[in-house]
Design a protein. Structure first.
Lengths: 159, 480
């Protein structure tokens, strides 16, 4: 297993996805059997790993890891809850460009706390948390368009 | 000129969203569907190139949520919005907002929508064109002047909201007693005080005849045939046919000329319908519908013209001359034969009108001369919060008699599992003598139902055993 990939795996801190070990095992299985694509599907989670086509003989070939978002949060980790978008618009992680983000991964959030903003036709609406929890992951990039009901961030409920 | 729209957002759901998407697909235009949380598994979402959820189930939060829809159109880089029918199709404010964001609203100008939406103003437009209208109040009707006004214009009368329609806010009074009863109803009093209502005389048994129109931005006008939409139930059209039977050439020409003048005087452009009531050899202007209608399909079957595509072209600034030269040329609209449409509606059990049902088995008709427009598929959800229209079946044949046989045959082929529908009612009407002869009027369907309800035997015939409403078990037909 290339060191580079192992380091990359370190980025997967999410509770809901696949662990680094699982992904490494799958990549090893691909290498051993000379597979170009592998998909692991289980209840609530799907992982596809693809090797780029134009570099079959290159040991250092690119591997794309894509994880399909499950349909509902219930199917992921039961302890994670979602904050969804109340409108169609542009998602903002901070009140204005350059300023600090409302929240970051691992941060504790309180009921009523602003976690982001949605800009719909130049009108900003605040997205607030409705319970006490810890941010597990932010699911949308700053500046991305979101649709109604789209998951913006996932958090662990703290009782 | 070729329409230069590259991507159109379809601000609607159900069969009409699918209908618009189909034309766009044929013409190489990309489509963006919008949907509510109740419609995520809907066919119009699956068929579009892209989709955006715009809100919760109820229409005002989703299909009528202007900021979310405009925002979706902007970020998904749409150059036009097709509003379909219902929802925002006749909302002049929505058309204005589209214009402000440089998105083409596929329909007439905001001003023309304002005119068409003002029923009282449109009466004046018609009068200005020397088109007859039914006697009405001079202005706003109030609880105090209602009696006097009714006596002046003659019973029976109808109270109509000046703006808005769809037959929801309309109240009828057959005579003085009925009007007195209406006026002590707190709901009616509240409406009269709050909203701008006017009073109009109404006809007992008229026919509803309408002119399909195409109008370009230079106000060139072309009628694309007439339709008879007299078979109605609870103020909703259920069966439509084209051409109308027993309409003299003289009346037909007068209706078309009236429609032409009314369009010109009210700034109407693109595709729409002028509605008239016909009573013997007299006719009266009813209203102008500035949008594509549910029954446009009847005209499409008769002429072969894609009305949705012509509407898109006209909205994009194309000329009627171009359109005519490309569709049948001199013979435009080039209609032949006869077509009849039946609308299959869901009839949700009382008390369940906000729930969702899932279609079980589904069998749709086919064969020669039959067109089916529907958003249903086996297992799809039918949220009862929206318009209950499920399937449109249109039959075409070279004669009316054959078209009717064909439609009846097609309806016999249909099975929609687990959803209670109006199929028995449609079959009853299409099977009656009066419809066969083409002798019917706007009260016809309801009179038949009323007569049937008095006759229990007929009632049991209406609901054929094995075709129980709401079942997923197909009827077993004994074969010899």
């Amino acid at each position: 297993m290339p060191e580079r990939l192992r380091n990359l795996m370190g980025l997967f801190k999410r509770k809901n996805g696949f662990s680094a070990e699982e992904i490494i095992t799958m990549v090893n299985a691909m290498n051993e059997n000379k597979l170009t694509e592998i998909t692991l599907q289980e209840r609530g989670r799907t992982l596809t790993i693809k090797r780029s086509q134009d570099s079959n003989n290159n040991n250092d070939s690119t591997i794309t890891v894509s994880e399909k978002t499950p349909d509902t949060v219930d199917q992921r980790d039961k302890t994670l809850k979602a904050i969804t978008s109340p409108a169609v618009g542009i998602f903002h992680l901070s009140p204005n460009a350059g300023s600090a983000h409302f929240v970051s991964e691992g941060q504790v959030i309180e009921p009523g706390q602003v976690v982001g903003m949605i800009e719909t036709l130049k009108v900003m609406s605040e997205v607030k948390s409705d319970s006490h929890g810890r941010v597990a992951s932010i699911e949308v990039k700053n500046g991305d368009m979101v649709e109604f009901g789209q998951t913006l961030l996932l958090y662990e409920v703290i009782d | 000129m070729v329409t230069n729209f590259e991507r159109i957002l379809i601000a609607n759901r159900g069969e009409i969203a699918l209908r618009v998407a189909r034309t766009c697909k044929e013409q190489g235009i990309e489509t963006v569907a919008i949907y509510s949380e109740a419609d995520h598994d809907s066919l119009h979402v699956k068929q579009a190139d892209k989709a955006c959820c715009v809100g919760a189930g109820i229409s005002r939060d989703s299909y009528m949520n202007i900021p979310n829809i405009i925002c979706a159109a902007l970020h998904m880089e749409c150059d036009a919005i097709h509003p379909g029918y219902g929802f925002l199709a006749e909302d002049s404010r929505f058309a204005e907002i589209c214009e402000a964001h440089e998105i083409k609203f596929i329909g007439p100008s905001p001003l023309a929508l304002k005119h068409a939406g003002d029923k009282f103003l449109m009466r004046h437009v018609a009068t200005g064109c020397n088109v007859p209208v039914l006697p009405a109040s001079d202005g706003r009707v109030t609880v105090d002047n209602a009696n006097l006004t009714a006596r002046k214009i003659g019973y029976p009368v109808v109270l109509k909201p000046r703006s808005g329609g769809g037959g929801l806010g309309i109240r009828h009074a057959m005579d003085e007693h009925a009007l007195r009863d209406l006026l002590i109803d707190s709901g009616v009093r509240h409406s009269l005080n709050k909203e701008d209502y006017f009073m109009e005389h109404f006809l007992g048994r008229p026919r509803h005849i309408e002119v399909q129109m195409l109008v370009d931005s230079n106000k060139n006008f072309q009628a694309v045939g007439l339709r008879d939409c007299s078979i109605q139930r609870r103020k909703q059209k259920v069966i439509e046919e084209s051409p109308p039977v027993r309409i003299s050439k003289d009346i037909e020409d007068k209706l078309i000329e009236s429609a032409r003048c009314i369009c010109k005087s009210s700034d109407f452009t693109t595709a729409g319908t002028a509605e008239f009531l016909v009573d013997g050899d007299k006719f009266y202007f009813l209203e102008l519908n500035p949008r594509i209608q549910v029954e446009h399909t009847v005209t499409e079957m008769l002429t072969g013209i894609d009305l949705v595509w012509e509407q898109i072209r006209l909205a994009g600034g194309d000329s009627l001359e171009n359109i005519i030269s490309e569709c049948n040329g001199e013979n435009f609209p080039g209609q032949s034969g006869h077509s009849i449409q039946a609308r299959i509606y869901a009839e949700p059990p009382i008390g369940l009108s906000t729930s969702t049902e899932r279609v079980g088995k589904l069998r749709l008709p086919g064969g020669p001369g039959v067109r089916v427009d529907t958003h249903l598929y086996p297992g799809c959800s039918v949220p009862y919060i929206y318009d209950p229209l499920l399937v449109k079946v249109i039959a075409w044949a070279s004669t009316r008699k054959e078209a009717l046989k064909r439609l009846r045959r097609a309806l016999d082929e249909i099975f929609i599992g687990r959803i209670k529908t109006n199929l028995p009612f449609l079959k009853r009407i299409l099977g009656c003598d009066c419809f066969g002869k083409g002798e019917y009027h706007t009260r016809h369907a309801e009179e038949i139902i009323e007569a049937d309800q008095l006759n229990e035997e007929a009632e049991s015939k209406l609901f054929i055993p094995g075709n129980d409403p709401g079942t997923d078990m197909e009827p077993v037909i004994a074969k010899q």
